[in-house]
Design a protein. Structure first.
Length: 292
């Protein structure tokens, strides 16, 4: 009888848990572009989806450091309503979410779903843009890094996570966001704090696909990236990258404990990852089903 009572109490506590989803949009778009995503998930799970109304459209190119710092209190206010939060970040929003998680002590983020987000950064130029600007591919392979790592360019968010493996020292010196997000730079105590906060997340879901037409390499969505030789080398899977092998912010630890899920969904473009229904049924719904 006692066992039954204890079990009933435990089940009641699980049922009573308040769980909410907080979704951060990408660059050069607004939160309104994700209402279809919100409707789809809410109808199938019953979980509330909060679309973060911040840094929409032109404001989304504000430097990443400022966005993370300013959006975090707004997200914390929403998260305070729940026992557990599921963080979803689309495109640039996935990097904003990782920045918030690493900066947020004792957070209640249960799961982090990174949706078509360049978690290992970008290099070169967007494949889609190369179709319209013939010389862009050549430029990206030669001297574009000089422009991107300039003071003025670093005032634009999308250049804050440009990671040129062939000019690594310049990247470390000029980029004021991504090397710190990855714990490639920073004070020892701050690195440990960020790593602790990242590892507080119980599950990381990475979603991307080979027909990605904005992020180069597309494998960055799954934490893969170019080798030190850049375009002359190969794209390494997550397990062979420096960020993973040196476990700088806890990715290897999280993967070793079995809490990293990679879902590769091919056949759709970057924008289609916003709310493609079969993709969501394949990659997102399985991750959420335990909370339904």
């Amino acid at each position: 009888m006692l066992r039954v009572a204890v079990l009933a109490t435990l089940l009641a506590s699980v049922v009573a848990e308040r769980i909410g989803i907080i979704h951060m949009h990408g660059v050069m778009e607004g939160y309104g572009q994700h209402h279809n995503f919100k409707k789809f998930v809410e109808q199938r799970t019953g979980l509330p989806v909060h679309l973060v109304d911040a840094y929409n459209w032109a404001a989304s190119i504000t430097p990443m450091v400022h966005q993370v710092k300013d959006i975090l209190p707004r997200v914390q206010e929403i998260a305070a309503q729940y026992d557990k939060v599921i963080a979803i970040g689309y495109s640039q929003g996935g990097l904003i979410w990782r920045g918030m998680i690493e900066s947020w002590d004792d957070h209640n983020v249960e799961m982090f779903i990174s949706l078509a987000s360049p978690q290992h950064g970008v290099y070169g130029s967007p494949p889609l843009a190369e179709n319209f600007i013939p010389f862009l591919d050549w430029y990206s392979r030669t001297t574009i890094y000089k422009a991107i790592y300039s003071f003025l360019s670093q005032l634009v968010s999308v250049f804050n996570y440009y990671r040129d493996p062939t000019h690594y020292q310049m990247y470390l010196h000029k980029c004021k966001f991504f090397p710190y997000l990855n714990n490639e730079l920073g004070e020892v105590a701050e690195k440990e704090r960020q790593k602790t906060n990242f590892l507080r997340v119980n599950k990381l879901v990475l979603i991307g696909g080979s027909d990605e037409d904005i992020i180069d390499p597309w494998q960055s969505t799954l934490f893969g990236f170019y080798s030190e030789q850049g375009f002359e080398g190969e794209v390494l899977p997550m397990e062979e990258t420096m960020l993973y092998q040196e476990d700088l912010f806890g990715l290897k630890t999280m993967h070793t404990r079995g809490d990293v899920v990679r879902c590769q969904y091919d056949g759709i473009t970057h924008l289609q990852f916003r709310d493609h229904q079969d993709m969501m049924n394949t990659c997102i719904m399985p991750a959420l089903e335990q909370y339904v």
